[in-house]
Design a binder for this molecule. Structure first.
Ligand SMILES: NC(=O)c1ccc[n+]([C@@H]2O[C@H](COP(=O)([O-])OP(=O)(O)OC[C@H]3O[C@@H](n4cnc5c(N)ncnc54)[C@H](O)[C@@H]3O)[C@@H](O)[C@H]2O)c1
Length: 372
């Protein structure tokens, strides 16, 4: 199969759909890989690395899209990319169609077979192609929080690890899922005094079993949340209610109860944020202050570490890329219900229920699309 990997064109996106190692594996499986020149630059992979792995480097995006039977990307296709898609071609990337009627319309008009990373599932009910980015954002959260706590960056001048004779900083992680667990592990590793709170008792049980000696946990009722928030130097918002906006957990008025110069890192900002005073920021201007509290609310945190993020995403996508290329999308999806769960559009049909509900469009069952 001809596999194409264009350079990402969404502003500030430095990740790339295929690493040179992924290319090497695809080539070993007998496939042709075409990579747009400069596609790996942002993640630290040169054209020469792709050539050494067996890819052909193309000078333009048009060449890649025209040649590719399977297009592997990171972000949802932008308007000019959508204009290059066609029926019979398979697109494998993050799509996030529910809030995006324009993209959905263009994918349906193009007839492309679009498989969305974010809706591929696994046997444990997880989202294996979203999890790596939550792991990256989670591990980054204490790192950026520690930076923001430095006086020159607006924070209260607390070193998370403390020093001999001086108590460590206190970190409250709200939400003990993928982001929260990774955030808590790194914060604890920095020497901070960490508590994770969650509303799921089974999740608290798991955290207690596995990390009981590393950080504390507590049930996230409103009173406990505020009690712990008042004592915290750094608060990391890592909640998710699937399919819903993030719950609002600290109001503007409650900021007055926090320690002056405390830092809020709102990882859940991509779902609207869990602090009332959160608004999305960028890597260029990541922090702002409200009522003396520093807010870090970057909506695409993995963008800060595109090399690690590309590698982590590539590890998770590679088995699916190989299955799609080796078997063709129909057999790959027919044999793997978790990959079939990723099918969002095919031949002008919308095939993912939640997107149909969100956009008020008719949906064809993905199983039926296999026969078209
Ligand atoms: N900003 C970024 O760059 C970035 C990157 C990756 C993920 N995220 C976001 O981070 C958030 C967390 O993602 P995740 O993968 O860890 O999700 P997850 O489903 O693994 O974990 C979410 C946890 O929040 C808990 N929760 C829900 N409501 C709660 C409440 N009111 N109080 C306490 N806990 C509550 C759930 O029980 C669950 O354990 C999501 O909004 C996700 O979109 C952001």
């Amino acid at each position: 199969m001809k596999i194409g990997c264009p350079k990402e064109i969404k502003p500030q996106e430095c990740r790339v759909g295929l690493t040179p190692n992924a290319v090497r594996e695809a080539v070993a499986h007998g496939h042709d890989v075409i990579v747009e020149t400069g596609a790996g630059d942002g993640a630290g992979y040169a054209d020469a690395d792709y050539v050494a792995a067996g890819a052909r480097v193309a000078g333009t995006a048009a060449e890649v899209f025209d040649a590719a039977e399977l297009v592997v990307k990171v972000k949802e296709p932008q308007a000019q990319e959508r204009a290059r898609l066609r029926a019979g071609q398979v697109l494998f990337t993050y799509l996030h169609l529910a809030p995006d009627p324009d993209q959905t319309r263009d994918l349906l008009v193009s007839g492309v077979t679009a498989i969305a990373y974010e809706t591929v599932t696994d046997a444990r009910g997880g989202l294996p192609l979203l999890a790596p980015m939550s792991e990256v954002a989670g591990r980054l959260a204490p790192q950026v929080g520690a930076w923001a706590l430095q006086k020159a960056n607006g924070g209260r001048g607390v070193l998370l690890g403390g020093v001999p004779g001086v108590a460590p900083g206190r970190v409250l992680v709200i939400g003990g899922g993928v982001v929260g667990t990774h955030a808590a592990r790194v914060a604890a590793g920095m020497g901070a005094d960490v508590t994770v709170i969650d509303r799921s008792v089974p999740r608290l049980r798991y955290l207690d079993d596995v990390f009981g000696g590393t950080f504390r946990n507590a049930y996230a009722d409103a009173a406990t949340t505020m009690d712990l928030a008042r004592q915290a130097d750094l608060i990391i918002g890592a909640v998710l209610i699937p399919g819903a906006a993030a719950p609002m957990l600290i109001s503007r008025a409650q900021l007055a109860d926090l320690k002056p110069g405390a830092v809020l890192v709102d990882v859940a900002i991509d779902q609207g944020g869990c602090f009332e005073t959160s608004h999305a920021t960028t890597h260029q201007h990541p922090v702002y202050e409200v009522e003396g509290i520093v807010h870090y609310c970057v909506a695409n945190m993995p963008g800060a570490v595109p090399r690690t993020a590309t590698h982590a995403l590539g590890n998770a996508t590679l088995p699916f890329v190989l299955a799609l290329a080796d078997k063709g999308w129909r057999r790959a999806c027919a044999e793997d219900p978790h990959l079939l769960a990723g099918l969002n559009t095919h031949a002008g049909h919308l095939t993912y229920g939640a997107v149909g509900v969100a956009l008020g469009l008719p949906v064809l069952a993905a199983e039926e699309a296999l026969a078209i």
